[in-house]
Design a protein around this ligand. Structure first.
Ligand code: GUN
Length: 175
């Protein structure tokens, strides 16, 4: 990453920072709002670390809350067109925007079972997945113990940090 980029980040006022980074963690702009106070950042990795340190410091209810802010994969919000741009891009990248009726139904059933068991929606690094793998992975994770599944789901949030989607950080995207 070029030094100039992080200088630009460090000079952002609060509103600008939350505009750019507010949805790095899906629908959790509070995290960007809190991280802004910790400026200056030495580089992008440092900025990313502040996001994840904030999440790690939360009580379990807070970490579960982050997962609950995620929309279902191929769920109602996708049908209604109310997804965030980032979520839409990830779901579309995994082919979840072009499921046929049977695939959608199967995923809806699995999503409902998952929510009923764990109390939060199924989250995975959709950008790295594809439409056939998603229900398979969902069915597999449904059988995991809850404490393990909470760790897995949060690890998926980390695997797919949205910083690299921001054009702002083109050099980082090439990693
Ligand atoms: N994985 C990547 N993006 C998303 C999302 O928006 N929702 C869920 N459930 N998982 C995701």
């Amino acid at each position: 990453m070029q030094a100039m980029d992080i200088e630009k980040v460090n000079s952002m006022d609060f509103g600008e920072f939350v505009d750019v980074f507010g949805n790095v963690i899906e629908r959790c702009p509070l995290i960007a709002a809190a991280v802004w106070s910790q400026r200056p950042f030495s580089n992008l990795e440092d900025l990313e670390k502040h996001f994840f340190d904030f999440i790690d410091a939360l009580p379990q209810s807070g970490r579960e809350g982050i997962l609950r802010c995620h929309p279902d994969l191929a769920g109602r919000e996708l049908q209604q067109g109310t997804l965030s741009a980032e979520s839409r891009r990830e779901q579309s990248g995994a082919g979840l925007t072009s499921l046929d009726a049977d695939e959608r139904l199967r995923l809806a059933e699995l999503n409902a079972q998952y929510r009923a068991r764990f109390g939060f929606p199924f989250v995975l690094a959709a950008r790295r997945s594809h439409r056939a793998a998603v229900p398979r992975e969902l069915a597999r994770r449904l059988r995991c113990p809850p404490a393990q599944e909470l760790r897995t789901a949060l690890a998926e949030v980390r695997v797919c940090p949205r910083f690299i989607q921001l054009q702002f950080f083109t050099p980082f995207a090439a990693r």
